[in-house]
Design a protein around this ligand. Sequence first.
Ligand code: FAD
Length: 383
Amino acid sequence: MSTTKPTIAVIGAGLGGAAAGALLQKAGYPTQVYEQAPEFSRLGAGIHLGPNVMKVMRRIGIEDALDRMGSHPDHWFSRDGATGEYLSRIPLGDFAKKEYGASYITVHRGDLHALMVDQLDQDRLHFGKRLEKVDDQGDKVVMTFTDGTQDTADIVIGADGVNSVIREHLLGEEQPIYSGWVAHRAIISAEKLKAYDLDFEACVKWWSEDRHMMVYFVTGDEKEYYYVTGVPEPDWNHGTSFVDSSREEMRKAFEGYGETVQALIDCTDNVTKWPLLERNPLPLWHDNRLVLLGDAAHPMKPHMAQGAAMAIEDAAMLVRCLDTVGAENYADAFELYRANRFERASRVQKVSHDNTWLRYDEDPAWVFAHDVYEVPLKDPKTE
Ligand code: FAD
C-alpha cells in the first residue's frame, strides 16, 4: 500500500477552512486552500472563543497570540434588558482556565481571521478562486472555478459556508432557512463611553422576551466595544448578506431597554444588519472523496456564540480521524468524523435555535470543557 499522503483541497478559507488547512498542513498533508474572495478585510464584528476552541488553537500554535490579543471576561453575565437585574453569572476568567482547560476570550473577528490565515502556507492559499462545480471521478476530484481554471485533488473538503457548492453537489439545490431573526452588529469606541457614568461590563447579554443584545470587548486593551443582537424580523428580501441599519432602527428595536443599552445605541456610528440562516441537520456529510465541515454542514443561529467553534472543532476532528484510520482509507475516516461530530453539532444547532444558552445559571461544561483531541472516539457502527 502506498504511504504517500493524498492531496487535499479545502474550499473556503473562512474560520473552519483556515483551521482545516493549517492543521492538515501541519500534519504533513499536501493541502491547497481555495477562497472565492480576492482578499479579506477587517469587517466590524467580534467573536467569542471558548476553551473548547482554544484547545484547537493550541495545536495550530496561536493560543498565546490569541491570549494576548483578546479580552478575558471574568464572567458571562445575563441581565434583564429593562430592569438590569442579573439573570445569570457564569464564571469565566481563571475559573475557565482551571475548570475547562483553556481561556475564554472575546476578539475582533478580523484580527482572529488574519492570524489564522497567516498560519497557512501562503504558496498554497489561492484567493479569487470561486468553485463553480466539482466532479468526483472516483479516482480523483476535478474542481472547476469561475475563472475557467481547473485543479484536481484526491480529497475535497467543503468549508464553503452556508451556501456551500459541495453541499449542493451532495444534496441538491436548497436555499437555507431564514430563521425570522436578524443580527445587528456595531463596534463602538470605548473612548466615547467614558462620557457616561455607567459600568460597561466585559461580556454581558441583555435580554427581553423575543430579542437580546450581546455586548463585549474585542481587544485586550478594551478600546473597542462590540454589540451583536438577535431581533425578530419576519422577512428578509434584500438579496445581500447584510444591509446598513441605523441608530433610529436600533432605538426602536430596543425601546424599553435600560440606560446602558441606550448609551450604546447613542454611541453607534455604523451598524449593519444580517439575516440569521439555518438548515435542519443534513442527512449526508460526505460521499466518496467529498466531505463537509462548518456552516456547510450545520449553519445555525449564532446565539450560543459557537458556530465558528463547531467549524473549528470539525476541522480538528476530521484531521484526527484521517490520522487515526490512515488518509488512504478516507471513506472510513469521513464516516468516523461524521459519527463523532453529528450529535454535538446538532445539539449546538438546536440550543442556538432556541436561544436559551446561559440565560439563566447552568453548567456550560459540556460545551467549554470539550476537548476534541481527548474525547473517546465513537465507533460509527455502534451509533
Ligand atoms: P464561513 O465563515 O462562512 O466561511 C466560508 C468561506 O468559504 C468564506 O470565506 C467564503 O468566501 C468561502 N466560499 C464560499 N463559497 C465558495 C466557493 N464557491 N468557492 C470558494 N470559496 C467559497 N461563531 C462563534 O463561534 N462565535 C461567535 O461569537 C459568533 N458570532 C456570530 C455572530 C453573527 C451575527 C453571525 C452571523 C455568526 C456568528 N458566529 C459565531 C458563527 C460563525 O460566524 C459561523 O458559524 C462561522 O463563520 C462558520 O465558519 P465556516 O468556515 O464554516 O464558514
